[in-house]
Design a protein around this ligand. Sequence first.
Ligand code: ADP
Length: 338
Amino acid sequence: MTFKSAYFKLTLFYVLIVMIISAGFSVSIYQLASNELNRSLSQQILILRNLPGRDQNQPIPDFEELRLEQLIESNGHLKITLVYFNLLILILSTIASYFSAKKTLEPIEKAMEAQNRFTADASHELRTPLAALRTEIEVNLRDKKLNLNKSKALLKSNLEEIEKLETLSGALLKLARSQDDAQKNFQKVSLEDAVCEAYEKVDKLAAKKKIKFENKLKDVSVLGDRASLVELFIILLDNAIKYSPEKSKIAIEIKKEKNLALVKIKDRGCGISTDDLPFIFDRFYRADSSRCKVKTDGYGLGLSIAKQIIDLHDGKISVRSEDSEGSEFIVKLFHAKL
Ligand code: ADP
């Protein structure tokens, strides 16, 4: 509804500008043409009066009246032509303005829709742990036999929900973080160092699942925000570990190809189905986890944060995946020249 009235207002605004210009031109054209006609009539009369044998001050009644009528008629024609011309401009400019307004407002409407969807999804995700917290607390408060052990169990469960809320709000904050600020901190970053730093953050999880890493790391540098790049590799490595079975292998490769730096992270986990592949970088998108046989609790925000980081660095991220053959995420960034 708001956008419909915005389309209408913008169309009206465009039409108004075009009509002011067109009306201005029309008035000027009318004045110029009518002055010109007046001038040529006066000249004709002057020439006729100056003919030999004529008295200069004596008017030529029939001729002058006729020419005056012709002049008034011509002015009238000109006025009507200009009115028709302005009507045509009004119709054409209304059509053109409507399409221009649509073209101007469409990206804004889409961005607003995406923002609204995001807010609705975020509120929905925030409500679930909050509702669980509330129910648990209410049930326990009503329990007359609530003892120390039960209270401790309640607090432990509350803490888990709070941790979930912290993870979610942290992810939301990362998504909202100003891109300009990160761009200001661009410096030469060694991808090998960034991957190793990310690896240190997830190696406990890998050790728990007895996952082995096969690394082929080359020292390639890019121009970027170090903290964001570490975050990107944490997300990709964390996913690779999460969606891999125990005792499997994950391969990390860093290499240089022409002016690009490539980081490939390949797991031998459950893979991503072709139906899910186009959506995995969307906010809050989670593929059907039953296929994976691994229970994970995420919010479907990791890969959208990864995509945001890649966009910040003008890079590309792609994924190759075959069902139950594992997935390979490929990050492409422009390498920094020495
Ligand atoms: P989540 O918090 O659910 O992991 P992500 O945005 O990181 O959110 O990932 C979105 C979805 O993409 C996941 O729910 C999962 O289904 C799929 N996915 C991401 N990485 C992998 C992977 N390495 N192997 C299999 N599936 C993956």
